[in-house]
Design a protein. Structure first.
Length: 342
């Protein structure tokens, strides 16, 4: 296995109409295409990620982990094996850099994971959740100043708060973060790590076996779901996660439906003119531009994580619909907690 990382540059890119709060650094780590073998299924995965964080680091900062969904695992469409037998690993995990930059400007550390080995060989959502946990184990070690990431990300040694961790999952990754945080599977999160906020982005939603939602039922952690009215891949099935939480959750669950958004534009590597980008909109005559769709997600995600990882109530108005998302037509929904979880 090989691994090299380091800062790739300092800069900022705020959403339209917003000023950057602080400059950021972009770095990465790569432990190799076969660095992780799932202990339950044997699925072989890469351990690779891009990291965004504030240029000035002090204290312990909250961590947000991003996991993409199912896409071409390799740059060659006809690749059929992992590691890629044709082409190289496709950079889907870099498609959320705009979101990571914005969160980093506001004092978060953001790590976006590559999931191509799983996309090539497995449809198991436990595989996706356990790969997230493998990265969290590495970050817990880094927070203690040790482990495989300590030399690769020296500026963050001892500066990550593993009690304030958020997750974002897109598409199949959206179901994966619900799986990881679910009441059934939350005990599998590494010791010393607390997942305090889960954002499921244009997620798939189907229970297996049908009618059994236990693998993804989250009642102990705040949840946000973002869906799109013109999503040609999965529609707005993710709204069912709020249905599951209704009358059962001890934490708030929120959703926003972006009326004219699609599925792929949330990821810049899935968006034309990217080499394998595709426009999946079912309403091309009124579709949001990629930038407008990404800005809407950034505003909503920032509000969610500011409220639930930093305790800043200012974002509550966006989450509850009291304040409209700028530049888009959207519908919000809130599931209130029903009781304290014992």
């Amino acid at each position: 296995m090989s691994g090299a990382a380091g800062p790739r540059g300092v800069g900022s890119l705020a959403p339209a109409g917003q000023a950057a709060e602080q400059r950021t650094v972009t770095a990465d780590y790569d432990l190799g295409d076969t660095a992780f073998t799932d202990p339950e299924t044997g699925t072989v995965s890469e351990v690779r990620a891009v990291v965004h964080y504030p240029a000035r680091v002090s204290g312990r900062l909250p961590l947000v982990v991003v996991s993409h969904g199912s896409w071409y695992p390799c740059t060659h469409r006809d690749a059929g094996a992992w590691p890629c037998d044709k082409g190289t690993s496709y950079p889907s995990y870099q498609g959320y850099n705009y979101l990571a930059e914005s969160l980093a400007e506001r004092g978060f550390v953001v790590v976006s994971l590559s999931v191509n080995g799983i996309n090539m060989t497995s449809f198991d959502y436990g595989d996706r959740a356990r790969l997230i946990n493998e990265h969290l184990l590495l970050w817990r070690q880094l927070a203690d100043g040790r482990g495989a990431l300590a030399k690769r990300l020296p500026a963050l040694r001892g500066h990550v708060d593993m009690q304030r961790v958020g997750t974002v999952g897109h598409s199949r990754g959206g179901k994966a973060v619900m799986w990881q945080a679910s009441d059934k599977h939350r005990g599998e999160v590494p010791a010393g790590v607390r997942v305090g906020a889960v954002l499921s982005l244009a997620p798939v939603k189907f229970d297996d076996p049908d009618g059994d939602n236990s693998d993804t039922l989250v009642t102990r952690t705040p949840v946000a779901v973002v869906t799109s009215g013109c999503d040609g891949a999965v529609g707005e099935a993710g709204q069912k996660y709020l249905d599951d939480a209704q009358g059962r959750t001890a934490q708030p669950a929120y959703s926003v439906s972006l009326r004219d958004a699609n599925h792929n534009f949330f990821n810049t590597q899935w968006t034309p003119p990217a080499s394998l980008g595709e426009d999946d909109s079912t309403c091309p005559d009124r579709a949001l531009t990629p930038r407008a769709q990404q800005n809407a997600l950034t505003a909503y995600a920032t509000a969610f994580f500011e409220v639930h990882l930093k305790g800043d109530a200012a974002g509550t108005e966006l989450l509850t619909g009291m304040k409209a998302l700028p530049g888009v037509a959207s519908t919000t929904r809130v599931v209130e907690p029903v009781t304290k979880h014992r």
